[in-house]
Design a binder for this molecule. Structure first.
Ligand SMILES: [Zn+2]
Length: 263
């Protein structure tokens, strides 16, 4: 690629203060979709710079709108108006082609293979500022600030159970229910079927997860519960639905004591 072509591909940042590193890996949003969800990822690579190089390499065929480095630097790679290639196969509230209706932020972090390193404060602050600005400009509601693992359960686990969702929600990005775990109560798991399992599946589906409501605590149910926990009950990422998990899910749906900055 010549230097002229690279210049051609540059653009004005949608978020003030973002550096620009244009990625060739994008297209037009399909079916007239505009962004109405924010998907958070971790890069899962050794360094932020190697992730940046990969997301901008034509042969990777992946990209994102923004990459947030460990030191808080924000790099925009694809215009928000365009369809970045960050989500792959996934579904939320019955809609697939997540890339067409979302904005994707990659957060530099080596991820599960490296034991889930802590996200530095300065990096989380940058994600907050960027995420709040995106949600404000596009009118994205707080219950549509999602993990990659929410929209692709069984395939993706990022940004992982160490990601500080509670802190984000307290500062006005996304939803979180902060309750002390309750002891006792029924735990639903792989041996179970019947109305209680069906009710749980129905609630997960209503919140947005892609799950078949069949009354059987099958593999897909275990997977979806585990991914729900990774986001909303990070101390119990087991795939077993304990009472606390079920309470959190109900509160998210019925909006009582949810940390949520939506008006
Ligand atoms: Zn991801």
């Amino acid at each position: 690629m010549s230097v002229d072509v690279l210049k051609e591909a540059s653009f004005e940042p949608d978020f003030k203060g973002a550096e620009i590193c244009p990625s060739p890996n994008f297209g037009e949003r399909r079916n007239g979709y505009t962004p109405d969800a924010l998907i958070l990822h971790y890069t899962g690579m050794e360094t932020g710079q190697s992730a940046q190089d990969w997301l901008c390499a034509p042969e990777s065929e992946v990209s994102c709108h923004y990459l947030v480095h460990e030191d808080g630097r924000i790099v925009q790679m694809v215009r928000e108006a365009d369809r970045a290639w960050h989500a792959g196969r996934g579904t939320w509230q019955g809609r697939d082609d997540v890339n067409s209706w979302s904005i994707g932020i990659e957060i530099a972090n080596a991820g599960h293979p490296k034991g889930l390193p802590e996200f530095p404060e300065i990096q989380v602050d940058a994600v907050l500022k960027l995420g709040r600005d995106i949600c404000r400009r596009h009118g994205i509601s707080q219950n549509r600030v999602l993990a990659h693992s929410d929209i692709a359960p069984g395939r993706k686990v990022d940004p992982g159970e160490r990601f500080p969702w509670e802190r984000l929600a307290r500062a006005g990005l996304g939803q979180f229910v902060a309750i002390s775990p309750v002891s006792g109560g029924r735990v639903l798991g792989p041996e179970d079927d019947g109305p209680a399992v069906q009710a749980l599946q129905r609630l997960l589906k209503r919140y947005g997860y892609n799950i078949e409501v069949n009354g059987v605590y099958d593999g897909q149910t275990q997977t979806v519960v585990r991914e729900f926990q990774r986001h909303f009950r990070p101390l119990e990422v087991s795939g077993l639905a304990d009472a606390t998990t079920c309470i959190i899910l109900r509160k998210l749906l019925y909006n009582s004591t949810v940390i949520d900055s939506s008006p």
